[in-house]
Design a protein around this ligand. Structure first.
Ligand code: BG6
Length: 472
C-alpha cells in the first residue's frame, strides 16, 4: 500500500552543521516546494553551540538553504519564519533533554500536532551513541504519535563497533523506527535498478552465470579529500565508499526477485546477497593513494599534501576489489568494485558484460571479431543506460561493428530529485525500503572487517588518472 505522511516535528541535532546546511535543510525545503511536506510539519533545529534563538536560526537556515538550492527569496523567508524553531542544548546533560521534551510538547500544543517526532542525527559519528542513549533514557523514544530516528553512515567503523551501535539503537528504538541513510539509495537511478530488473522480462532470464561474464561497479570521483581529512584519514575509501555505497549497488544488482515491493522483502533479499559473498582474498584487493596531478587541466596536490593529512599517510583513496557471490545465480561471475578520489572523471556506473556467442559463424570474414554485449547502467552524471549491440556495417562485405542503444533520464524526464529529498520524504511516510537494515550493516562489516585488519600495499597513482596502473 502507498504510505501516507502525517504532520510531525523534525528535530535536527547538528542543525547548524555542514550536513544540515548542505543537505538536510535544503531537501526539506525542496519537499515543501514539491507539496510533499505534510501541512503543519515544523522543524526544530538543535545544536550544542547555543547562542542562537528562533530568529537567528531562521536567518542561518535561510542562508544555507538559499546557498544550496534554488529557493526563491520571499517565499523561503516566509517558510522559515513559520516552520523553523531553535533549541540550544548540551547533549550530555539530562536536564537539557528534559528541557527539549518540554519544548517539543509546547510546540506540539501550539501547532496542534499529533505528537509525531523525527529525530535526525546530523552529528559526527562519535555523538551517535550518546545522543541515542540520552533520547532513550529521557523517554523521548516514545510519544503520543510515531517516533523515528535517522542516522547517517558510517554505522560503526568495523564489525564490533557496528554491533555495538545497532545494539544501542535497538535498546531504545524498534528496528522499524530506525532509518539508516545511505544516500546512494535515494538516487533515482539506483532505485531504478529495481524497476529495470523487476519491471522488465527482457533481462531476467539472462541475469545469471550462464550469460554474464562479469559485473563492474565503478564510482569514480574527481574531488579530493577536500576539508574532511579529520574523518577521511581514519576512514579511507573502503570504509567511506565500498562498505556502504558500492556494496548497496552490488546487493541491488545481484539480489533475487523479492516477493513484494515492500521494505522487508527487499531488504531480506539484499542481506541474502551480502551473506553469500565469499571471504575476500588478499590478492583480490588493490589499494592506492593519489599523488599530485591534473584534473581538467588544473594542477592538484597529492593526498599527503592536503590540509590535515599526515605527510606519511597510508590511507587509501582508491580501492578495487574482486568479489565472488556464491549463489546458484552468480557462482563463477566476478564482481569488481572500484572507487577512488581524484580520478580522471566523475562517473558512477554498473557495467554488465555478457558472454560472447559461443561459436562465431562470421569467422571466415575479416573485421568480424565478436564482441560481447555490454549493458552500462549510468548512475551519474548523464543518468540512464546503454546497451551495446553488434550490427552489420552496410555494404557487400560482412563486417561487424559495435553500436549503442541509449536511454537518457534527462531526455525522458528532465531533472531528477535530490537523494535527500527522496529519503526524507520516505522517512516522513514511514517507508523503510530505501534505508539500510541492521542486518545489512552487520553482513557488510562482517565481509570487510578482515580486509581492514590486513596490511595492504598502497599503490601511488597520479591525480587525474584512472587509478593505480595494475587496476584492470
Ligand atoms: C559520501 C562520501 O558518502 O559520498 C564522500 O563520504 C563521497 O567521500 C560522496 O564524495 C559521494 O557522493 P555523491 O552523491 O556525490 O556521488
Amino acid at each position: 500500500m502507498p504510505h501516507k505522511s502525517e504532520p510531525a516535528i523534525i528535530a535536527i541535532f547538528g542543525a547548524t552543521g555542514d550536513l544540515a546546511h548542505r543537505m538536510v535543510l535544503p531537501a526539506l525545503y525542496e519537499i515543501e516546494q514539491a507539496g510533499e511536506l505534510p501541512k503543519g510539519t515544523i522543524i526544530l533545529g538543535i545544536d550544542r553551540i547555543g547562542g542562537m534563538n528562533d530568529e537567528s536560526f531562521r536567518t542561518n537556515a535561510h542562508d544555507a538553504i538559499q546557498a544550496h538550492s534554488d529557493g526563491g527569496d520571499t517565499k523561503l523567508a516566509n517558510w522559515c519564519a513559520k516552520h523553523l524553531f531553535y533549541q540550544g542544548m548540551d547533549t550530555s546533560s539530562a536536564s537539557d533533554f528534559e528541557a527539549l521534551r518540554k519544548r517539543l510538547e509546547e510546540l506540539e500544543r501550539a501547532q496542534k500536532l499529533p505528537g509525531n517526532r523525527l529525530f535526525y542525527l546530523a552529528v559526527p559519528p562519535v555523538a551517535f551513541g550518546p545522543t541515542i542513549e540520552a533520547l532513550g533514557t529521557s523517554g523521548l523514544n516514545k510519544s503520543t504519535g510515531w517516533t523515528r530516528l535517522v542516522i547517517e553512515k558510517p554505522f560503526g567503523h568495523d564489525l564490533a563497533s557496528s554491533m555495538e551501535l545497532n545494539a544501542l539503537a535497538q535498546k531504545h528504538f524498534r528496528e522499524d523506527q530506525i532509518y539508516r541513510i545511505d544516500h546512494f539509495l535515494g538516487k533515482e537511478t539506483v532505485q531504478n535498478l529495481l524497476a529495470f530488473r523487476f519491471g522488465n522480462t527482457l533481462f531476467e532470464s539472462v541475469w545469471n552465470r550462464d550469460k554474464i561474464e562479469k559485473v563492474e561497479i565503478v564510482v569514480a570521483e574527481q574531488l579530493g579529500v577536500e576539508d574532511r581529512a579529520g574523518y577521511y584519514e581514519k576512514a579511507g575509501a573502503l570504509r567511506d565508499m565500498v562498505q556502504n555505497h558500492l556494496t548497496q549497488l552490488l546487493a541491488l544488482t545481484a539480489m533475487e526477485v523479492p516477493s513484494a515491493f515492500h521494505a522487508d522483502d527487499i531488504r531480506y533479499e539484499k542481506v541474502k546477497v551480502l551473506r553469500s559473498i565469499a571471504p575476500i582474498k588478499e590478492h583480490d584487493v588493490l589499494m592506492g593513494q593519489y599523488m599530485r596531478g591534473e584534473i581538467d587541466g588544473e594542477g592538484v596536490v597529492a593526498y599527503q599534501q592536503e590540509r590535515g593529512v599526515a605527510p606519511d599517510s597510508k590511507t587509501e583513496t582508491f580501492v578495487e576489489l574482486k568479489l565472488s557471490v556464491e549463489s546458484w545465480r552468480w557462482h563463477g561471475v566476478p564482481f569488481y568494485l572500484r572507487t577512488g578520489k581524484r580520478l580522471k572523471e566523475r562517473v558512477s556506473e554498473i557495467i554488465v558484460t555478457f558472454k560472447c556467442p559461443p561459436v562465431s559463424i562470421f569467422k571466415p570474414y575479416k573485421e568480424c571479431e565478436l564482441a560481447p554485449n555490454v549493458l552500462i547502467i549510468q548512475l551519474q552524471p548523464n543518468e540512464g543506460f546503454r546497451v551495446s549491440l553488434q550490427v552489420k556495417k552496410p555494404g557487400a562485405q560482412i563486417s561487424l561493428q559495435t553500436e549503442w542503444m541509449h536511454f537518457s533520464y534527462a531526455d525522458a524526464f528532465g531533472s531528477l530529485p535530490d537523494a535527500y529529498h527522496t529519503l526524507l520524504r520516505d522517512v516522513l511516510q514511514g517507508d523503510q525500503t530505501l534505508f539500510v537494515s541492521a542486518d545489512e550493516t552487520l553482513a557488510s562489516w562482517r565481509l570487510y572487517t578482515p580486509v581492514l585488519e590486513r596490511q595492504h600495499r598502497i599503490h601511488p597513482y597520479a591525480a587525474g588518472s584512472w587509478g593505480p596502473g595494475a587496476s584492470s
